[in-house]
Structure formats: structure tokens, C-alpha cells
Design a protein around this ligand. Structure first.
Ligand code: F6P
Length: 366
């Protein structure tokens, strides 16, 4: 079947590099003479064709994507609350989840789309796989700052987030040393500690706590005391938002609300409160939060995003639907989406990179 019109959407949390993908898809597809419909706010623009946000479903021309490669965020808007299989709505005054996926499939056909590029993380890839099973011709493009998607060496967004976190650590070193304080920096990553681990190495943290290695308080207290005894009465402690003490749970903000993911919250403050009475040093907490998601993408994320965008159009040309583009260094390949979902890429607790971090003195609390 000849391709004439494709759609493109961004789903889940935004991350640096999304605009580079959008630009590449538009430039390559328009070069082939295809029309490209930008769908607003993830599947929101497919769930309801009358849905209107400031982004707006709109046909994209090369002029619309000029110079967007350097901008963070996504010009299409996004949402991590628009899973059509678990869509939140109000019924009898209660917030409930309903399945509106048939409506998405109908609207895809009503818009006259021949294929759809879905850019997103694990959640969006699951949705793409399920919609592909309902007959939609979808190609996935993996993104996430968390670097937790299996099947691709890297997702774009991760390197920029690590740069931001490393810059924060450099700044915290200055103030921690001046005040002889313990600085706790809480970083994102959900159930994987990649941002925490990479930035701890790049930013010379003294303690790095990740979800893959449940931590104990004693080794952390000892590490900080050892530094103090050696004449360095300040320490930098990185904690991933999903890290948990041995025998305990990750710190969450209440139960999951309808249509939403469970929200991680409070890991840094919980750690600081537990440590402070044992340290005889002041402890301060910084939660870097969404600063890690914004900002201009570093060159790696721009290049990877651009290559993924071009490869996604190549997948459509080759009829490889239900596939996701992936980096298998140095090449971009495509793999069935089913191969990537359901397997979170996590850090090996005894892997080489953790051992190397320990060799330069980083304490993991184990
Ligand atoms: O998956 C990306 C991510 O930034 C996680 O690291 C974090 O836990 C989550 O999204 C935050 O989501 P929200 O933007 O809904 O607060």
C-alpha cells in the first residue's frame, strides 16, 4: 500500500531530543512527498478529534520544524495520562479507568493515516504494541531520560539529564566544602539508577544509592565518618528516587491515582532524616526533579534523535510495523516492540561499572 499520510506523536514524560526526532521524521517524510500530521498531547489527539490544546493536531511542513532540534520539550505536547486502554474519566462522581482504544483506531482511520510514528518510553511502547495488535500500522521510537528501556544501547535524553545532574554535583561540591556539610542530591530514574550512577562517577559523589542495590545506613555513616577523620568533613550523597533501604520500600506519594503512574517522592529527605542524628554534620537535601527533563539536548541526544527519526521513516517504507528503532552501536536497527517492552534495563549490582565506581571510592551502602 502506498504511503501518503503519516501521523507522529510524543508520549510519556518529555525528554531532550524529542524535537530532533520530529524534525527528522518531517524532513525525510516530506522529501518522499508524504504528509505528516503532528498529533497533540500523545494519544489525546486521537482519543478525541475535537480535543484542542495549544499544540493542536496540525500538518507539519519543514518550516514548522526549522531549528527545533536545539529546543527541549516537544512541539507536539505530551502526556503520561492518556493510555487509551486505561483512560481516566469520571463516572457517577468517581474517577475510573475505561478502555477507549477502539475510538483511537477509528480516529486514526478517519484522519486517513497510513502509518503512525509513536515516540515514547516503556509505557508508550506498550500502548503502541497493543494498538498495532488492533491493526494500526505503528513504528516506535524509544525515548527516556531513565535509560531503562531494553533493546537499545541508549535512549536519547539520558545524556542530557546526566549533564544536568553532573553540573548540579559540581555546584554542590563547592557549597558542601565551604560549609562542611553533607549534601544529598535526589535524582530521577524510576526503578533504574542509571542517571544516579553515571552522574556520581562524572561528578565524583562519595555515596551513590540506586534502586538495584538496597542500602544500609551503617556503611554510609562509616564512609562519611572516614572522610571526616581524613580531614574532609563534607560529603556528597547521590540517591536515585527509586532507591530503598534494605528490607524497605521505595518512597511513594500515596497510592496510584486513576490513569496515572505511581509517583516516587521523598527518597532524599527520608535518607537525610535517618542519617543526620548519626553524623554530627549538617545535612541538606536537593531534589533536582524536572530540571533533568528540560534544557537543550547535548549533541549525542540530537544525533541519536535525528538518526532514530530517519530510521522510523525507513521502517515505514520497509513495512516494518509493530517495530521499534534501536541503537546497536554503531548502527540503528529495528526490533519488534514486543522484544523491548516488559524488560526493564537495570544496573547489574556486581557489574563492571559498579565495581569500577567502588574502586574510585564510591560507597553504594551495601
Ligand atoms: O520517566 C521519566 C521520569 O522523569 C522519571 O524519571 C520520573 O519518575 C517521572 O518521569 C516523573 O513523572 P512526572 O513528570 O509525571 O512527574
Amino acid at each position: 500500500m502506498a504511503i501518503r499520510k503519516i501521523g507522529i506523536m510524543t508520549g510519556g514524560g518529555d525528554c531532550p531530543g524529542l524535537n530532533a526526532v520530529i524534525r527528522a521524521v518531517v524532513l525525510k517524510a516530506r522529501g518522499l512527498g508524504w504528509e505528516v500530521l503532528g498529533i497533540e498531547d500523545a494519544t489525546s489527539g486521537l482519543i478525541d478529534l475535537d480535543y484542542r490544546s495549544p499544540h493542536g493536531n496540525r500538518w507539519l511542513e519543514p518550516g514548522d520544524v526549522e531549528h527545533i532540534h536545539a529546543r527541549g520539550g516537544t512541539i507536539l505536547g505530551t502526556s503520561n495520562r492518556s493510555d487509551p486502554f486505561r483512560f481516566a474519566t469520571i463516572a457517577d462522581g468517581q474517577k475510573v479507568e475505561i478502555d477507549v482504544s477502539d475510538r483511537v483506531v477509528d480516529n486514526y482511520h478517519r484522519l486517513g493515516l497510513d502509518a503512525l510514528v509513536s515516540i515514547g518510553g516503556d509505557g508508550s511502547m506498550r500502548i503502541a504494541e497493543a494498538l498495532a495488535a488492533k491493526g494500526m500500522r505503528i513504528v516506535g521510537v524509544p525515548k527516556t531520560i531513565d535509560q531503562d528501556l531494553a533493546g537499545t544501547d541508549y535512549t536519547f535524553g539520558f545524556q542530557t539529564a546526566v549533564e544536568t545532574a553532573t553540573d548540579a554535583l559540581d555546584r554542590l561540591h563547592d557549597t558542601a566544602k565551604s560549609h562542611d556539610r553533607v549534601m544529598v542530591l535526589e535524582l530521577m530514574g524510576r526503578d533504574a539508577g542509571w542517571i544516579a550512577l553515571y552522574s556520581s562517577i562524572a561528578g565524583a559523589a562519595h555515596v551513590c544509592l540506586i534502586p538495584e542495590i538496597p542500602y544500609r545506613y551503617e556503611p554510609i555513616i562509616e564512609a562519611i565518618h572516614r572522610r571526616k577523620a581524613a580531614g574532609a568533613p563534607y560529603s556528597i550523597v547521590v540517591i536515585a528516587e527509586g532507591a530503598a533501604p534494605a528490607g524497605g520500600q521505595a518512597s511513594h506519594l500515596g497510592p496510584r491515582a486513576a490513569g496515572e503512574m505511581p509517583r516516587l517522592f521523598g527518597a532524599g529527605h527520608r535518607l537525610a532524616s535517618a542519617l543526620e542524628p548519626h553524623l554530627h554534620l549538617e545535612v541538606r537535601v536537593t531534589v533536582l526533579g524536572h530540571l533533568q527533563r528540560g534544557g537543550s539536548p547535548v549533541q549525542f541526544d540530537r544525533v541519536l534523535g535525528t538518526r532514530f527519526g530517519v530510521a522510523a521513516v525507513d521502517c515505514i517504507l520497509a513495512g516494518k510495523f509493530g517495530h521499534m528503532v534501536a541503537l546497536r552501536t554503531p548502527d540503528i536497527v529495528s526490533i519488534p516492540i514486543a522484544e523491548a517492552i516488559g524488560r526493564t534495563r537495570r544496573i547489574e549490582p556486581d557489574g563492571q561499572i559498579v565495581r569500577q565506581a567502588k574502586d574510585v571510592g564510591i560507597c553504594f551502602g551495601d
